[in-house]
Design a protein around this ligand. Structure first.
Ligand code: B12
Length: 425
């Protein structure tokens, strides 16, 4: 159902020399055949998939096939990851990936490749579309920028990319955007509003293609009338905004004080006025949250007519300031990374409620938000993009009904969205 195309491996494959044959296995789509023949296996994964990725790496390594690991968890926990791989990539791959492949062919590669300084993305190639294989094949997934200037204490991006925002040339992004046969595009950016002047130039140049797009942005986007106007004219149908919490003290305590709760309703209205739907990113479990936060948040989302919401349980990803603080305070309950999924498990001791209350409140939020009554209330209040918001609400609602705690509809063992890369010379 909610099955998103990923771009990391098809993007890295674009750097691979033509005499390599690349096979891309996306575990959301098909299981990994650990008996396949390959000269090199590359794996990308998030923290909750780390143990699973290590187990798969072990199966290839047992057969003498070298494994290279990269991605957010490796960047945040390099020493741990190194024990499970022949080679690790710490940080972004652009500066060393081609060189590594050359070194590998010559049998003189290093154990660890680190990019200390976030690289420029001026020459970032288009991802190899023939390696995309989700059901949304005809839609486009790409990125224009990388990084975010903010330093929110729970965010891994701030640590990984050192708050340095890089941008691909507008013309290159526009030409990748135009190259997708489908009409619906998602920019997989950390924050497309990081540099609003860049974003406006991008919107001007993609408008002629008359596609529909959505992306993740910070709240500043909703305060910039020109940004919203150009976004709407270029086909923006929905913005995902990290509202995170309707508790100002929670925002202040998370180094996200620029989110002013008193502005939320006005920002949502302005976005709606431009015909753009809002997907609110909401996190429960901040130190300012009490057990009333769940009901209050849902009341807020319903009275402002927010079309979609993604609820998360606060999760202290290792390497983040939040993790370090909770560790110092003795509030980390488990280091079983598979529980760092933000959806099914609480991995820390919340300040003002028990872990069970947090989990139950998170489930209540999902149930209530995607109930027929709430859908009716929200979507009739702001019918912006109804044709887009209604199917999405129904899909989420179905996923909630048929899956454990409302994740995607994919079978549980396949929900871990790892991607494998196989090379054979
Ligand atoms: C798009 C996106 C999604 C999409 C697609 C997911 C996907 N797996 O592609 C969706 C919405 C589905 C999603 C879901 C989740 N996401 Co997400 N997502 C992102 C986002 C915004 C961009 C990722 C991306 O495609 N970037 C573009 C590609 C080209 O770059 P890249 O993946 O960063 O890879 C570069 C390097 O890391 C490196 N690299 C990466 N892998 C490898 C592998 C090898 C072999 C090599 C050599 C190099 C290498 O090379 C690349 C080029 O430099 C990132 C933020 C970010 N910037 O990383 C968060 C991010 C990765 N997500 C995050 C999280 C927490 C999640 C969820 C767990 C949230 C949740 N509670 O459900 C789920 C997990 C889903 C899953 N099972 O995988 C965290 C990860 C934290 C962590 N410690 O793991 C991030 C960093 C966001 C954050 N602010 O903290 N996500």
């Amino acid at each position: 159902m909610l099955n998103f195309q990923q771009i990391t491996m098809p993007y890295l494959a674009a750097f691979v020399p033509p005499h390599w044959k690349v096979i891309h296995i996306d575990e959301e789509v098909s299981p990994v055949d650990v008996n396949l023949s390959a000269d090199l296996v590359g794996i990308t994964f998030h923290t909750p998939s780390a143990f699973h990725a290590y187990a798969i790496a072990a199966r290839f390594r047992e057969r003498g096939i070298p494994v290279v690991l990269g991605g957010p968890h490796v960047t945040l926990m390099p020493d741990e990851a190194e024990a499970h791989a022949d080679v690790i990539f710490v940080g972004e791959a652009e500066p060393h990936w081609r060189q590594f492949l050359k070194d590998f062919e010559l049998g003189r590669h290093k154990r660890r490749y680190s990019s200390q300084i976030p690289p420029a993305l001026d020459a970032a190639p288009m991802a190899r579309k023939e390696l995309y294989h989700r059901r949304d094949l005809t839609g486009g997934r790409l990125f224009a920028t990388r990084g975010c200037p903010h330093g929110c204490d729970f965010c891994a991006v701030a640590v990984m990319y050192k708050r340095k925002v890089r941008k691909r040339p507008v013309a290159a992004v526009a030409s990748e955007y135009a190259s997708f046969p489908g009409k619906v595009i998602i920019f997989w950016d950390d924050n497309l509003a990081s540099d609003r002047e860049y974003a406006k130039a991008l919107f001007r140049s993609i408008a002629p293609y008359r596609k529909w797009w959505s992306s993740q942005v910070s709240i500043q986007a909703g305060k910039d009338a020109e940004f919203l106007e150009l976004a709407a004219k270029s086909g923006c149908k929905q913005l995902f905004i990290g509202l995170e919490s309707i508790s100002q003290s929670s925002m202040d305590g998370s180094r996200k004080a620029f989110n002013r709760v008193e502005d939320y309703a006005r920002v949502i209205d302005r976005i709606h006025e431009h015909g753009i739907a809002v997907q609110a990113g909401i996190v429960f479990g901040f130190d300012g949250d009490t057990a009333t936060i769940f009901r209050e948040t849902l009341d807020f989302l319903e009275t402002t007519g927010v079309q979609n919401a993604t609820f998360n349980i606060l999760t202290p990803y290792p390497g983040t300031p939040l993790y370090r603080r909770l560790e110092t305070e003795g509030r980390i309950l488990t280091r079983d990374w598979s529980k760092y999924n933000g959806r099914e498990d609480v991995v820390f001791q919340p300040l003002q409620m028990g872990p069970e209350t947090l989990l139950e409140g998170y489930r209540y939020a999902n149930r209530r938000f995607y109930s027929a009554a709430s859908m009716y209330r929200r979507l009739s209040l702001s019918p912006v993009g109804l044709w887009w918001a209604l199917p999405l609400n129904l899909t989420y609602g179905m996923a909630l009904r048929f899956c454990r705690h409302g994740e995607t509809a994919a079978p549980r063992k396949l929900r871990i969205a790892d991607q494998k890369l196989k090379f054979s010379a």
